[in-house]
Write a protein that binds this ligand. Structure first.
Ligand code: SF4
Length: 431
C-alpha cells in the first residue's frame, strides 16, 4: 500500500462508495487498512484509493508533462470545438459546479455515466410525478420493505443494517418485514434479521417484472385475476403480498433503475409508482429509488439547480436544452468534435471516439486508446474535501481529505481550463 502520505491514525471518514454515504466509518491504516462500521465494498474502495499513485503526472499524447502544459492543451482542444461532449462526470458537488460553468462557456453536452438508469426514473417523475421517501423515514417508520428487482445489499451493503435492523428509530416500532420480488441475488440467509427472521423471497425474472407489477396493480384495484400463476408466481402469493402492503402502516417499495435492464424500464417504474399512489388512498406507502453511483445524485442535483435540467442536457449560446435521447453519450460520440471524460471515483476508461479526447480523472485510469490529454486528479473523500448528495437527495454530506498528495482537485483543473478559455476570448485568440 502506498501509505507514506497519510497520518497513521484512525481517521473518521465519509465513504463515497455507495449512495448511503456512511459517515460513521473509521479508517485504520495500520497494520493494514480496515474500516470500523464499514463494509467490504467500502474497504475495497479505500484500499484501491490508497493504492493509487499519489504523484501521477499529466500526459500529453502519452508523454509525461506538467500540469500547466496539459491545461493549455485541454483549453486549446475545447477552444477549437463547436460541440464538445462532457461525459462520465464521476464527481461530487463542487466538481460538477465547475463543470457546469465550463459547459456553459463551451456550449458542451453533459451526460453522466449512469444516465441510462437515471433517465428511467426522471421520465417517470416527469410523466406522472411520484411519492418517494428519505432514509430517515425508512429507518423510523417502515414496517414493510418490498425490494423489486434488487437485493439492495449488493449495491448498498449496509442498507438493512442501518435502516431495518437498527435499534435507534425515533418510534418504538418492530423491525420491518422484508420481501424481495424478482431479486436474482436475494438470499434468505444473508438477509436474515439479527433475530434470525428470514425475508420472503418471491422469485421472478427481471424481464417478467412488468407483468407481475401490472398484476399487483390489478389486484390492488379490486380486479380478479383468473389464472393460477402470473409469470410463474402463484396468484395467491401476489394476493398475500398486496394484503401485506395494504395493511402496512408505512410500506416502502425500493427499486434500482440500473437493475431493470428491460426495454422501456420507465413504464415498469411508472407501474411501481401507481402501486404506491393507490396504496396511499387508505394507508401510507412511499418509494425509494436506489442510485447507481459515481456521484449521480450529486451531479444531477447540481445540474438541475444550475440549469433547470438533470444531465443529458446541452448549452446552446448559454441556454440549457434537455433531451434524454439525443444527448446520450452513445449518440453524441458519433458527432462530437471533442470529448472531455471525467471519472474521479473510479478509473473508468473513456469510450472510443474519433474526436480529440481529454481525460481528467482517477490517477489509475487505464486507456484503451491514449487520450490527447490526461490530467490525473485527486479522489474526492480521499485526496481532497468535497460534498455529496446522499441517494435520497435529502441531505449533502461532507467528504474528508484523508491523505496529502500532489494531485490537484477536479474543480481546480476545470477552473484553470475555464480561465484559459476566458483569456483567449479577451485576447481575441478564440477559434
Ligand atoms: S454501505 Fe456504502 S457508504 Fe456505507 S461503508 Fe458500505 S459502501 Fe460505504
Amino acid at each position: 500500500m502506498n501509505n507514506q502520505n497519510h497520518n497513521a491514525v484512525p481517521l473518521n471518514a465519509t465513504c463515497p462508495a455507495c449512495g448511503l454515504l456512511c459517515d460513521d466509518v473509521t479508517l485504520s491504516l495500520t497494520p493494514e487498512l480496515s474500516l470500523q462500521n464499514g463494509c467490504t465494498k467500502g474497504i475495497h474502495f479505500f484500499e484501491d484509493a490508497f493504492n493509487t499513485s499519489a504523484s501521477a503526472s499529466p500526459l500529453l499524447a502519452g508523454k509525461s508533462t506538467n500540469l500547466e502544459t496539459a491545461i493549455n492543451a485541454a483549453a486549446e482542444i475545447l477552444a477549437n470545438s463547436k460541440q464538445a461532449l462532457f461525459a462520465g462526470l464521476g464527481t461530487e458537488v463542487q466538481g460538477m459546479r465547475n463543470i457546469m460553468s465550463l459547459a456553459k462557456k463551451t456550449n458542451a453536452t453533459l451526460d453522466h455515466i449512469h444516465s441510462e438508469s437515471t433517465v428511467s426514473n426522471t421520465r417517470t417523475m416527469q410523466n406522472s410525478g411520484w411519492l418517494t421517501t428519505t432514509l430517515a423515514e425508512v429507518k423510523n417508520r417502515a414496517d414493510v420493505i418490498l425490494a423489486i428487482g434488487t437485493d439492495i445489499t449488493s449495491t448498498h451493503p449496509r442498507f438493512f443494517e442501518k435502516l431495518a435492523w437498527n435499534t435507534d428509530s425515533l418510534f418504538d416500532k418492530p423491525s420491518p418485514e422484508l420481501i424481495f420480488l424478482g431479486a436474482p441475488e436475494a438470499s434468505a440467509k444473508e438477509n436474515a434479521a439479527p433475530d434470525g427472521k428470514e425475508p420472503t423471497i418471491i422469485p421472478a425474472k427481471i424481464t417478467q417484472l412488468p407483468e407481475v407489477i401490472n398484476a399487483l396493480n390489478s389486484l390492488l384495484n379490486g380486479k380478479k385475476i383468473n389464472v393460477e400463476t402470473v409469470a410463474g408466481i402463484p396468484t395467491n402469493t401476489l394476493i398475500s403480498l398486496i394484503e401485506k402492503l395494504r395493511t402496512a402502516k408505512y410500506a416502502v417499495i425500493v427499486w434500482s433503475a440500473s437493475a431493470l435492464k428491460i426495454p422501456h424500464a420507465e413504464l415498469t417504474i411508472q407501474s411501481i409508482v401507481q402501486l404506491i399512489s393507490k396504496l396511499n388512498e387508505n394507508s401510507r406507502a412511499a418509494g425509494l429509488p436506489l442510485n447507481s453511483g459515481d456521484g449521480d445524485s450529486s451531479v444531477n442535483n447540481v445540474s438541475t439547480w444550475l440549469s433547470g435540467y438533470p444531465t443529458r442536457s446541452r448549452f446552446n449560446n448559454g441556454i440549457p436544452v434537455y433531451d434524454t435521447y439525443h444527448f446520450a453519450t452513445a449518440k453524441q460520440l458519433a458527432s462530437c468534435d471533442a470529448l472531455l471524460w471525467i471519472s474521479t471515483f473510479n478509473p473508468y476508461p473513456a469510450p472510443n471516439t474519433q474526436a480529440p479526447v481529454i481525460v481528467i480523472g482517477h490517477p489509475d485510469t487505464k486507456f484503451e486508446r491514449m487520450p490527447d490529454v490526461f490530467i490525473p486528479v485527486g479522489i474526492p473523500g480521499v485526496d481532497h474535501n468535497g460534498q455529496m448528495f446522499r441517494m435520497d437527495s435529502s441531505i449533502t454530506l461532507p467528504l474528508k481529505k484523508l491523505r496529502d498528495t500532489n494531485l490537484p482537485g477536479l474543480s481546480e483543473v476545470i477552473g484553470k481550463i475555464e480561465a484559459k478559455l476566458s483569456n483567449r476570448m479577451i485576447d481575441g485568440t478564440a477559434a
